[in-house]
Design a protein around this ligand. Structure first.
Ligand SMILES: *Cc1c(COP(=O)(O)O)cnc(C)c1O
Length: 370
């Protein structure tokens, strides 16, 4: 077996110990006589799996009891519609547009009501988190149902390091690529959600954590599909229909791995150490430069480039030869991107840093001899 240093933005690296555990349990889960894949979602064995996954997540994140935890399908993308359909009761929300996914979420919300852009960093190609004073003013003046942010911008490598102060206006956050990578205060939010494939498991599960009073008795939009009705999903324990049984089982394993390896405080320390290694290198490099403004840098996705597309391509090809995979930037951003989620080891990041050093010295020597 040769496992590469995997810097994929998602679906992304998972801890080998968890993969081995899943492999061992694949033909028979416990003494159930069958695989998790073959189990009825209504069986006691499966009920225990989903309840344990939720309980572990609640412990790991410190989720207060007045928040509901849902395990849904359809990716983060389906929530772009699910959120306005459930929460836009007075027909108006505010969005902060800080990247591709943030923009898509705003465009989707605009199909359901008055979705206002309160701040954007599109003018500088999403290289920063914009000033948030207009957001805070709108929370006072505009009678918004909620304010929406994308807390970590996976494609552009930026992250909110402070949240807007929204007063009583609920804050909704797409945390897909920073979920479980650092402690967060759930009570600051009305709703947070994350696709599992970045930091919490395999693709096909989206975790939604929502304050109970916001979901009311029925969704804001009468045409909201029953499946997307947060009240129904909460009351049915995410089992209005067949959930992604295997995917939720994998999430439960990851939640437990996080708990057993030190919890979110330890995750943050490790993630910051990995990010600092790369950002220090970028700040001292004559060849590579980081693409996000310093005060907006992400600890989950590190974006950078060389002075030319040709050199970028050469760097990426050389990385592949050294077992460093998936560092090509997203097609809308170009350059390189190293996604350094929880399961990416410091050793993998050191391997990438060593290749960056080597590439820089090769290139700079070449220049000198010209
Ligand atoms: C990956 C990602 C998405 C899209 O997730 P899907 O599961 O493909 O719908 C949305 N938002 C953020 C921040 C992401 O990183």
């Amino acid at each position: 077996m040769t496992r590469v240093h995997n810097f994929s933005a998602g679906p992304a690296a998972l801890p080998l110990s968890v993969l081995e555990e899943i492999k061992n349990e694949l033909p028979e889960y416990g003494d159930s006589g069958m695989s998790v894949m073959e189990m009825s979602h209504r069986s006691p064995a499966y009920q225990a799996i989903i309840e344990d996954a939720e309980a572990t997540l609640r412990r790991v994140m410190g989720i207060p009891s007045n928040y509901r935890v849902l395990f849904l399908q359809g990716g983060a993308t389906l929530q772009f519609a699910g959120i306005p359909m459930n929460l836009m009761r007075r027909g108006r929300c505010g969005h902060v547009v800080t990247g591709n996914f943030a923009k898509k979420a705003w465009q989707e919300a605009a199909r359901y009501g008055d979705a206002r852009v309160l701040a954007s960093s599109e003018d500088t190609h999403f290289d920063r988190i914009p000033a948030l004073d207009a957001v805070e003013r709108a929370c006072v003046d505009d009678d918004l149902d909620y304010v929406y942010i994308c807390q970590n911008n996976t494609i552009f490598g930026t992250q909110f390091h402070t949240l807007p102060n929204c007063g009583d206006t609920p804050l909704v956050a797409d945390v897909s690529s920073c979920f479980l990578s650092l402690p967060i205060d759930v009570e600051r939010y009305g709703l947070i959600y994350a696709g599992a494939q970045k930091n919490a498991g395999a693709a096909g599960v989206t975790v939604v954590i929502v304050r109970d009073d916001l979901i009311g008795q029925s969704p804001a939009n009468p045409y909201c599909p029953t499946y997307m009705d947060y009240r129904i999903q909460a009351d049915k324990g995410s089992m209005y229909n067949t959930p992604n049984t295997f995917g939720i089982y994998v999430c439960g394993k990851i939640f437990r791995w996080i708990e057993e390896t030190g919890g979110l405080v330890a995750m943050e320390q490790r993630n910051r150490a990995k990010a600092n290694l790369l950002y220090n290198l970028l700040d001292n490099s004559k060849l590579f430069c980081g693409t996000a403004q310093k005060d907006s840098r992400s600890i989950a996705n590190v974006t950078f480039r060389t002075p030319s597309k040709e050199l970028d391509a050469e760097f990426i090809a050389g990385a592949a030869q050294r077992g460093i995979a998936n560092i090509k930037g997203h097609r809308v951003a170009g350059g390189m991107r190293a996604s350094i989620y929880n399961a990416v080891t410091l050793e993998s990041v050191r391997a990438l840093a060593a290749w960056m050093d080597e590439f820089e010295s090769l290139h700079c020597m070449g220049q000198r001899s010209l």
